[in-house]
Design a protein around this ligand. Structure first.
Ligand code: AMP
Length: 119
């Protein structure tokens, strides 16, 4: 786990309903909402309600059950909003396009353009 940030991340603020978002699913520890800048017909951010893990590598090492819960929420959203088939993209590191250092997956579904991975 990384040191706790002094300021809540934007995703924590969405989970706390301080910032509006189109929330599509949530559990006690995971929340999913439409990406504000969609790159696919279905583009949903699936993230932990609390920050603490910067990326999927930290989450996998620190709380694999929470990572599994995040994946299960992504599957449920893909079932609800698409035909159940989906891509799950974890941008990891700034060089890979990660801009928010609070672990999150991009759930992409629907007809995807070639090379249209989120980032
Ligand atoms: P990344 O670049 O992998 O860190 O992904 C961050 C994602 O968060 C981007 O796809 C943004 O479009 C998305 N995003 C940023 N702010 C918001 C917001 N307020 N509501 C929904 N999605 C957001």
């Amino acid at each position: 786990m990384t040191e706790s940030a002094t300021e809540p991340t934007i995703f924590e603020r969405i989970a706390a309903r301080e910032i509006p978002a189109r929330i599509v699913a949530e559990t006690d520890r995971v929340i999913a909402f439409h990406d504000i800048a969609p790159k696919a017909p279905v583009h949903v951010v699936v993230t932990t309600k609390q920050a603490g893990y910067r990326d999927v590598v930290e989450l996998a090492e620190g709380d694999p059950a929470l990572l599994a819960e995040l994946v299960a929420v992504a599957r449920d959203v893909a079932d609800d909003l698409a035909d159940g088939d989906f891509r799950l993209v974890f941008n990891t590191g700034g060089g890979a396009g990660q801009t928010i250092f609070h672990v999150h997956a991009h759930l992409l579904a629907g007809r995807l353009e070639e090379g249209s991975l989120a980032g």
